[in-house]
Design a protein around this ligand. Structure first.
Ligand SMILES: Nc1nc2c(ncn2[C@@H]2O[C@H](COP(=O)(O)OP(=O)(O)OP(=O)(O)O)[C@@H](O)[C@H]2O)c(=O)[nH]1
Ligand SMILES: [Mg+2]
Length: 274
C-alpha cells in the first residue's frame, strides 16, 4: 500500500518549469507551513541556481505558531529569505511586496520591469497568494488540487508580472511518510489514496507531536492511552459514522477527520518540525 502521488503528467510539468525559469528574475517558492520539508521539491534549488528567491510558508494560520517560528529560524540560518503568509488575509504579504520593490529599485527615476514565477505543490495556495499580492482575483482558486491547469501571466502591480503555474509533485521514493503528509494536507487528489490509511497516519503524527488534546477538545473525547485506529473508531462513534448493523464506519470517520484538519477545525497543528 502507501500513497502513490506521482502521476505521469508531472514529468511534463517539470519540463515546462525548467523552460519558464529561464524567463524570470525572481522565484516565489510556496511551501505548506504545516509541512515545509515534505512540501519542498528537492530539485528546485538546482533549477533556481543563483536567481533571487523567496520561500513562502503559506497557510500559516493552520500551522503551529511556535513550530513555524522554528522553521523560519532554520531557513534563515541557511540564508534563505522566508516569509510566513496567510494568503486569505494579508499576513506576510507586505514583506513580499517590499522585497519586489527592492528588486525594482524604487529610489531610481524609473522602475525596472521584474518578472517572477510562483511554484509549489498542488493546492498549497499559489493562486490565492497571487490574488492577495495583486489585490484582485485574476487567478482561479479552489479547495482541491489541480485547479490551475496551465501557466498564466498576471499583472501584480506596475512593472511586476508573475507567472502562475500548476502545482507540481515529484517522486520522493525514499520516504513513504512524505506521501502521507501530502495526502493529509490536501495536495493529492482524494481518489488517489486510502483515506483510512492516511487518517491513521495523521493520528500517529498527532500522537508523536503531542497534539492529542486538540482532538480531544474538538470531539469531546478522552483518548489517552489509545492506539491510532482505536482513536479513529472513537471519533467515528462520537460523530455517528455508523454502518448498517451498528458497526463504526471508519472510512467515513477518516474523511471527516481529514476534512476537519484541512479546515482548521482542530486548531493550529503542524505535521513536522525542523
Ligand atoms: N487557511 C488557509 N487556506 C488557504 C490559504 N491560501 C490558500 N488557501 C486555500 O487553499 C485552497 C487552494 O488554494 P489555491 O490558491 O487554489 O491553490 P493553488 O496552489 O493555486 O492550487 P493548484 O492551482 O491546484 O496547484 C483554497 O481553498 C484556498 O482558499 C491560507 O493561507 N490559509
Ligand atoms: Mg492555482
Amino acid at each position: 500500500m502507501g500513497v502513490h502521488w506521482y502521476p505521469g503528467h508531472m514529468a511534463k510539468a517539470k519540463r515546462n518549469l525548467q523552460k519558464a525559469l529561464k524567463l524570470v528574475d525572481i522565484v516565489i517558492e510556496v511551501l505548506d507551513a504545516r509541512i515545509p520539508y515534505s512540501s519542498r521539491n528537492p530539485d528546485i534549488k538546482k533549477l533556481i541556481n543563483d536567481k533571487k528567491a523567496v520561500v513562502v510558508l503559506n497557510k500559516e494560520d493552520l500551522a503551529d505558531e511556535d513550530v513555524t517560528f522554528r522553521w523560519m529560524e532554520y531557513l534563515n540560518k541557511k540564508r534563505e529569505k522566508a516569509v510566513a503568509v496567510n494568503s486569505l488575509t494579508s499576513k506576510g504579504i507586505e514583506q513580499i511586496i517590499n522585497y519586489i520593490d527592492e528588486i525594482q529599485g524604487h529610489d531610481k527615476g524609473f522602475k525596472k520591469i521584474v518578472k517572477g514565477i510562483i511554484i509549489g505543490i498542488p493546492n498549497v495556495g499559489k493562486s490565492s497568494l497571487i490574488n492577495q499580492l495583486s489585490k484582485k482575483s485574476s487567478a482561479k482558486t479552489g479547495n482541491r488540487p489541480g485547479i490551475t491547469k496551465g501557466e498564466q501571466w498576471i499583472n501584480v502591480k506596475k512593472g511586476f508580472r508573475l507567472l502562475d503555474t500548476p502545482g507540481i509533485l515529484w517522486p520522493k521514493f525514499q520516504s513513504p511518510d512524505i506521501g502521507v503528509k501530502l495526502a493529509i494536507t490536501g495536495a493529492i487528489r482524494d481518489e488517489l489514496f486510502d483515506a483510512e490509511e492516511v487518517a491513521v497516519g495523521f493520528i500517529n503524527i498527532v500522537l508523536k507531536l503531542n497534539y492529542l488534546n486538540k482532538l480531544e477538545e474538538r470531539y469531546g473525547l478522552c483518548l489517552k492511552g489509545m492506539e491510532s485506529f482505536k482513536i479513529l473508531e472513537e471519533v467515528g462513534r462520537k460523530r455517528g459514522c455508523l454502518l448498517k448493523g451498528g458497526c463504526i464506519d471508519t472510512l467515513k470517520a477518516a474523511g471527516l477527520l481529514l476534512k476537519d484538519y484541512r479546515m482548521g477545525k482542530l486548531g493550529r497543528l503542524s505535521l513536522e518540525i525542523p
